[in-house]
Design a protein around this ligand. Structure first.
Ligand code: HEC
Length: 105
């Protein structure tokens, strides 16, 4: 899934990298509280009903920012994640991505 997406994301990733300031992982921890119910579970399944949720811990910050921008800007369609991302600023995304990257694999 990640491999398949790599091509589609590379353009977004490139522009995100150029524009991105380094995020603050501590600010990102607070901003990520709403994500933990789905993305914080060790088995990477949602609590109810069980469905697969992608692993965020240890992902590259650049990748996470590119994914969040794709949800926000409608390049990537997913009801829940579009709703999560629609009011995020670029700085929010950088902070959140820095937090998740720092969680390790
Ligand atoms: C209700 C459950 C839920 C919540 C809450 C949630 N997510 Fe997600 N998230 C998902 C699901 C399901 C997907 C897979 C969507 C898809 O197939 O595109 C996903 C995908 C993602 C991806 C793409 C991962 C990848 O490998 O491509 C990122 C990044 C992400 N979420 C970040 C967040 C952040 C940051 C928050 C909190 C602000 C959050 N999510 C809150 C369920 C959730």
């Amino acid at each position: 899934m990640i491999v398949k997406m790599a091509g589609a994301m590379s353009v977004a990733l490139f522009s995100a990298t150029l524009a991105m300031a380094a995020g603050n992982p501590e600010a990102g921890r607070v901003k990520s509280e709403a994500c933990l119910g789905c993305h914080g579970i060790p088995s990477y399944n949602n609590v109810y009903p069980t469905y697969h949720v992608p692993k965020l811990s240890g992902q590259q910050a650049d990748y996470l920012v590119a994914a969040l921008k794709a949800y926000r800007d409608g390049q990537r369609q997913h009801g829940t994640m579009s709703a999560q991302a629609f009011d995020m600023t670029d700085a929010d995304m950088a902070d959140i991505a820095a937090f998740w990257q720092a969680q390790g694999g």
